[in-house]
Design a protein around this ligand. Structure first.
Ligand code: ADP
Ligand code: NA
Length: 350
């Protein structure tokens, strides 16, 4: 079987927000206890929508600082930025030749990001999931902690791995490059694992504070829609106070949150930040007005996020240190990625 290995990535465009933290980064931290982990700042993904950014390098440092400030240990695990390891792009090209155009056309994130003028979106935006599959599979990672928005891309990653394993099964076997893995009833020999997404807990999809039907996102033009990891206490309190809600008090049963997306979102955030269940939160706050719940949520958010923001500022001030983490991580990641690519090139006869 494949050795358990965790991989995940975060884009260096825009502010890191509470959704990124609860849906992804906090899980990255927890998984370090049980797994070998590789955490990547995916700068090549950031250029799919807009090629030139003035501050991509600075943003890459900032995400790296957020990883470290949240508790990721770059000595025990690997932290680096994607563009340092060209094997990601090399494998992505091969996956572009494995994946089918129809698979990419079905991706809801592409449809959302491309908008109405799809013919005019970059080819990179369409092929984004192929690069994401390469990010994961160039390390033959078995587990990927992500938010719920990435579920479809993880399914595509499995489809690409399965098609590669299947199309080249004879060569994989004759070169002795296969790893035995269970697939339902069968045991097959694959070169790539069928990677499992890890999407769990009460905050797999944190919603915008201004619109309960949209996810909290870096790219939302309204800064009031998200809590940034770097917001100060007053800003966090203000954004929670201004968060859209309905006029009813919180329900006394979890079921009462159905059809109340804004209330459900705030309860989920409270549960995730306090590491309690949503049932517990409802047991404490059920029947109370938002005018009572929101200040409690604001205090909790400030309590959990302020120390991370302070540590981020401290780490960010030492650019040379941050750059050395990325350089060292890039070297270690590159060695692993090259080992995989040697096998891939042999299998496809390059
Ligand atoms: P964004 O979606 O804000 O542009 P990224 O694409 O860089 O950010 O996502 C980084 C990680 O954060 C991914 O694992 C993604 O699933 C997770 N994530 C992003 N937004 C949310 C959200 N609103 N709730 C939970 N997780 C999220
Ligand atoms: Na995303």
């Amino acid at each position: 079987a494949f050795k358990p290995l965790v991989f995940s990535g975060v884009q260096p465009t825009g502010n890191l927000h509470l959704g990124n933290y609860l849906g992804a980064i906090r899980k990255f931290v927890a998984l370090q206890e049980t797994h070998d982990c590789i955490y990547c700042v995916v700068d090549l993904h950031s250029i799919t929508a807009q090629l030139v950014h003035d501050d991509l390098v600075e943003q890459t440092r900032s995400i790296t600082a957020a990883f470290l400030a949240s508790g990721i240990d770059p000595k025990k695990h690997i932290v680096f930025n994607q563009s340092r390891v060209p094997q990601h792009a090399e494998l992505a090209w091969i996956f572009n030749c494995v994946a089918r155009i129809g698979w990419m056309n079905r991706m809801t994130q592409f449809k959302d990001k491309a908008g109405k003028d799809r013919e005019n979106a970059s080819l990179g935006l369409l092929a984004y999931p192929s690069l994401m599959a390469a990010d994961i599979l160039v390390y033959r990672a078995t587990h990927v902690p992500v938010g719920d928005d990435q579920k479809q891309h993880l399914e595509l990653t499995r489809d690409i791995a399965a098609k590669f394993n299947n199309d080249f099964s004879a060569r994989i076997a004759s070169l002795g490059l296969g790893v035995e893995m269970e697939m339902g009833e069968e045991t097959v020999n694959g070169f790539f694992p069928l990677t499992e997404p890890l999407i769990e807990g009460p905050a797999t999809r944190v919603m915008s504070l201004r619109d309960g039907s949209k996810k909290m996102s870096k790219s939302d033009p309204s800064d009031l829609s998200r809590i940034n990891l770097t917001d100060d206490a007053d800003t966090i309190s203000k954004k929670i106070r201004k968060a859209k809600t309905d006029p009813e008090p919180l329900p006394s049963e979890l079921d009462g949150l159905k059809e109340r997306p804004e209330a459900e979102n705030l309860v989920g955030i409270y549960a995730a930040l306090s590491e309690r269940s949503r049932e517990d939160v409802i047991a404490e706050f059920g029947g109370q007005q938002f005018s009572a719940f929101k200040p409690a949520l604001a205090d909790l958010a400030v309590d959990r996020l302020a120390p991370i923001a302070a540590e981020m500022r401290r780490i960010s001030a030492d650019r040379a240190f941050v750059d050395s983490v990325l350089r060292d991580g890039g070297e270690r990641a590159g060695a692993k990625a090259e080992a995989t690519m040697k096998g891939v090139r042999e299998i496809i006869g390059l």
